[in-house]
Design a protein around this ligand. Structure first.
Ligand code: AMP
Length: 538
């Protein structure tokens, strides 16, 4: 029997039309605070249609890659919708990557045009001759930074004013809509391509109560950059829901984020743990009473951080897990009804978990090299593998030997996890970050979370250091909070009752800062580099 429903294409232009028709009065604010610009979805939609016309005028191919090199802003959101709605592919370049990586990525994706914030032009322009497919650089005025005199450089506002709005019709939901690159610890950056269909489905799922619960009456501030997996999908999900949006613009300091949260009465916000760690000292002086949900992911959320927010704001952090390869949302840790009356200790432990998969995602854990699922008993640990409606099947033009999926179609995450009987993930580590000691594994993430529970510790990262007898042993690298002091022995005494004896780090090194990746996570790769010649004292 045939299905009797319409075969409605799940495309980004259908999200666009919804926002344009249903929510024209809802607002988009772009920082920095004190100099914010305000627009409505109605005004934005008219510009998105013009931008579609502009891409035609610039001669961008029917499926051409439209690069962006930009902060979170209303203009960036115009590109988010105009590129895919006109059949092109949005390619968000990470502004914090090294020059060689940017060149590699722009060439690998074959970007035809790059839209760049004027405040960032100084970073991009020196590379432009190495980006062999880029024909135009369109500058978006977010500052009065200098602009070189070159015929390839055009001004966004001038071009936009001169074109007519166009209609959008993407019929094939399986067309590519957007792409992002992820840079791992080894090899070249890897491209992940999202389709219209996967974007649509991910957006719907993200708005649901079992995920981020974004509603029409929300005001959403994604601190997570729009170049980090589409701001975790919020850049499409929030407009789809009709929520107001607040973008930080070029000032990402904790002070600016704090002011925007307060002044714009933000209800939902999202960022990696380092963002919320940075804001924490300011929270007592802010009125965050409008805030309903503070989403955190991208790295394990230390229980101490979540608890600090709960104590100060009354709201714990909502912990989410995902990857660029998973669009990126995969799971969210909501306290479920069976735990509603649980004691504090249980609730803290639940919030430290990565949570249950959202509808549209399935999980399993397997032993390395096997495809047989391990039990969901919260004890067995193995590689986390996922499949679902927005999970990448493969990388874009992958390098020789790079395979994302198993032979039976599950995506390898490279994360090691346990799953409890209710399907909630507890992430133990990245495969590459586990400390291999005497044939057993030590979770660097768990040691870090415990150390960050010490009142004098601001940041802690644990790495494995080669050891003649045990293969590797853990080294704890600790940043002490301003005005506090603590000794290595005191930290080890703090850990002793909480972990197995053989898990105790062999040494603690005090450092000024844990190096961060381009998206603000702890960079174990850089830390390992820093301690490459380290030997433990006898
Ligand atoms: P990216 O593609 O840059 O977002 O990195 C994805 C990786 O970040 C995942 O494979 C995890 O190792 C890590 N990650 C993301 N969310 C979490 C989380 N909530 N807890 C622990 N690790 C996380």
């Amino acid at each position: 029997m045939q299905a009797l429903v319409q075969d409605y294409p799940l495309t980004v232009d259908s999200i666009f039309r919804r926002v344009e028709r249903l929510f024209p009065d809802k607002t988009i604010v772009t920082g920095p605070p004190g100099a914010v610009t305000r627009t409505t979805y109605g005004e934005w939609a008219e510009r998105v249609r013009r931008l579609g016309g502009l891409l035609d005028e610039l001669g961008i191919s029917a499926d051409g890659r439209v690069g962006t090199f930009a902060w979170n802003s209303a203009r960036h959101l115009e590109l988010y919708f105009a590129a895919p709605s006109s059949g092109r592919i949005l390619h968000t370049l990470n502004i914090r990557l090294f020059p060689e990586q940017l060149t590699y990525i722009a060439n690998h994706a074959e970007d035809e045009v790059i839209f760049v914030d004027r405040s960032l032009l100084g970073l991009l322009w020196p590379l432009i001759d190495t980006m062999t497919t880029v024909q135009h650089v369109v500058v978006m005025d977010d500052s009065d930074a200098a602009v070189p005199d070159d015929p390839r450089i055009r001004n966004y506002e001038e071009l936009l004013a001169a074109v007519a709005p166009v209609d959008f019709h993407v019929d094939d939901e399986r067309r590519a809509a957007a792409m992002c690159y992820t840079s791992g610890t080894t090899g070249n950056p890897k491209g992940v391509v999202y389709s219209h269909r996967s974007t649509w489905l991910h957006s719907v799922a993200a708005t649901t109560a079992s995920c981020l619960s974004i509603r029409e009456d929300d005001t959403v501030l994604p601190v997570v950059p729009m170049f980090h997996a589409n701001a975790w999908g919020i850049a499409q999900a929030a407009p789809m829901a009709g929520a107001n949006l607040v973008f930080p613009g070029r000032d990402m300091s904790p002070e600016a984020i704090g002011r925007l949260l307060q002044e714009e009465k933000v209800t939902v916000t999202a960022g990696v743990p380092t963002i919320w760690q940075g804001l924490l000292p300011l929270v007592d002086d802010l009125d965050l009473s409008s805030l309903r949900t503070l989403i955190c992911g991208g790295s394990a959320v230390p229980a101490a951080l979540s608890e600090a927010y709960r104590e100060k704001t009354g709201k714990p952090i909502l912990h989410a897990w995902g990857m660029t390869e998973t669009h990126p949302l995969g799971s969210v840790s909501h306290v479920q009804s069976r735990d509603a009356g649980a004691d504090d200790e249980t609730l803290v432990a639940i919030r430290a978990r990565q949570g249950t998969p959202m509808p549209g995602v399935e999980l399993r854990i397997v032993e390395t090299g096997s495809i047989d699922p391990l039990p969901w008993d919260d004890t067995a640990t193995g590689e986390l593998q996922v499949r679902g409606a927005w999970i990448a099947a493969d990388y874009y033009k992958p390098d020789e030997g790079v395979e994302l999926s198993t032979e039976d179609g599950w995506m390898r995450t490279g994360d090691v996890a346990a799953i409890d009987r209710y399907g909630s993930i507890r992430l133990v580590d990245r495969t590459k970050d586990l400390v291999k000691s005497g044939g057993e594994w030590i979770s660097s993430v768990e040691l870090e979370n415990l150390l960050m529970g010490h009142p004098a510790v601001a940041e802690a990262a644990v790495i494995g250091v080669p050891h003649p007898k045990w293969d590797e042993r853990p080294l704890a690298c600790v940043v002490v909070k301003d005005g506090e002091s603590v000794t290595a022995e005191e930290l080890l005494d703090f850990l002793r009752p909480k972990v197995a004896k053989w898990w105790l780090p062999d040494a603690v090194e005090f450092i000024d800062e844990v190096p961060k990746t381009s998206v603000g996570k702890f960079s174990k790769k850089d830390l390992r580099g820093k301690f490459a010649d380290y030997t433990f004292a006898d």
